[in-house]
Ligand binder design. Sequence first.
Ligand code: M6R
Length: 608
Amino acid sequence: MCGIVGYIGKKQVAPLLVDGLKKLEYRGYDSAGIAVYNEGAIAIRKFKGRLSVLEDYLENEKINGSLGIGHTRWATHGEPNDINAHPHTNNAGDIAVVHNGIIENYMKLKEWLISQGKIFKTDTDTEVIAHLIDYYYKNDLVEAIRSAVQKMEGAYAIGVISKNSPDKLIAVRKDSPLVVGIGEGENYIASDIPAILKHTRRVYFLEDDEMAILSENNIEIFNELGQKVEKEVFEVTWDIEAAEKGGYQHFMMKEIHEQPKAIRDTLSPRLNENNEIELNEIKLSKEELEKINKVTIVACGTASYAGLVGRYAIEKFARIPAELDIASEFRYRDPFVDDKTLFIAISQSGETADTLAALREAKSKGAMVLAITNVVGSRISREADNVFYTWAGPEIAVASTKAYITQMLAMYMIALDLGRKKGTISKEDCNEIIEELKLLPQKAEEIIENDQIIQELADKQFNNQSVFYTGRGIDDCVAKEGSLKLKEISYIHSEAIAAGEFKHGTIALIEEGTLVFALITQDQLFDKMLSNIKEVKARGAYVVAIAKAGNREIEKSADKVIYIPDTLDVLTPMLSVIQMQLFAYYVAIARGCDVDKPKNLAKSVTVE
Ligand code: M6R
């Protein structure tokens, strides 16, 4: 969840590190720091707060040097303050370390290192790494790091520099992403490609337990046994502009606007000339397909809500029993997963620790593992048997929008593909859905272009203490995402509750003026949903209904109606969610919140 960048070459490293960290700030932003080697010493500058604090300092106090590491932090161990900010050093201050992840056995290591005379200054787990390297250092930094990582349990991506090896920048990873950027007379490390994309498009992805030793003109990579590894160079094809704001005030708004394109990009390449879905990436033999007796979908947060829609679609189109599990809970119930299970892990980043752990558990039990992810080369994509990439482009805002919409689309497509292969959906019905999927980008554009109604609503309703979201069937699945979106960026308490469940407890919280979003897009469930709306209205709720265009009946019962363009009932989440994203965005703006970097959150959650 933190960001790492490192450089060795001839350029002034401090501004280069800060510039790289700016591209990673969304990963963590409670403190930032750099370590720079120059003329026989390592200078450390690190501050609590946003990266701008460090940047302002460096404007006035220049630090020279062409070897350095930088870090932007999302605190796990130890409160966010100057001391706990990375980089961390050994007592002599001649070894500096930046780290992403968690060293799970750090308490044990710390006690032992203290007994060996090391003095700890911080509350972090990372500091043990610097002391461990120091402990093992016998004139060979590489060997010292190798010995140190053997003692470390948990997840880590680390970057190390030392005063005694000023010609080296060393990186190691396990269960936390790290790339090596290949330059000309200079080389880089980074936890994410955008940090170095300005300088190079050629990268190596480090695998678990691999160590990279970088000098100005050379990169060597070794496995955990110390054997040299030949790696393939990965050419980055997307542009940095794709990861920048492009005129929008916030990444989130930019990414909401990119949804029509994301839908097109994810859908079109997978339709053949006969307008049929062709998922070349999912290689399931006829026998494997026939064997599947269950689909288990696992994910966290927003991705899990895409999974809820997916569960619905799989059962409807493919008629296979499907379940959705929260990744962080999956392992604790000794799940029934075997070689007849199709296991689907959904993760925008492809790095979420709980989702990865669940995937490994399912794999170890023999399941066929399919990943839906947005990041090529991510850990989850590499460990799955098959990968469906959502072509949404880099998603920077912490609040997921375009990734979510393409995750739902991926689930619809997989469900239709399975359904066609199993013969549980007719060609005609499938065609009708595909035709409608093709119209969704245009309909999404229509919503986004006409967002003034939702903006006006947000301007009136931004001061609520608590907001409820409700619906039935597939509306209930997407209501949960609407609620999460609001709370994560506006800090308003919110809850999503299945409409029929309201009266079993939660209705006690409804009082005069309580805002309730009621999704009423399912023709078959219209009357039942209408009764639920009346129930909350009778207790004083202010009901905003989200309905399909043309459905005027609802205007008699709701206080306000937000329409989405007409579409098939099963596809309405692809449109209704956009209205809820916009509402959350405008409420957060009205409340003066930092939309792209909500407090306490990070884009990629690589700790369990
Ligand atoms: O990268 P992932 O899709 O695995 O991330 C899962 C969740 O952490 C993520 O969806 C989170 O809930 C979003 N910030 C919500 O907008």
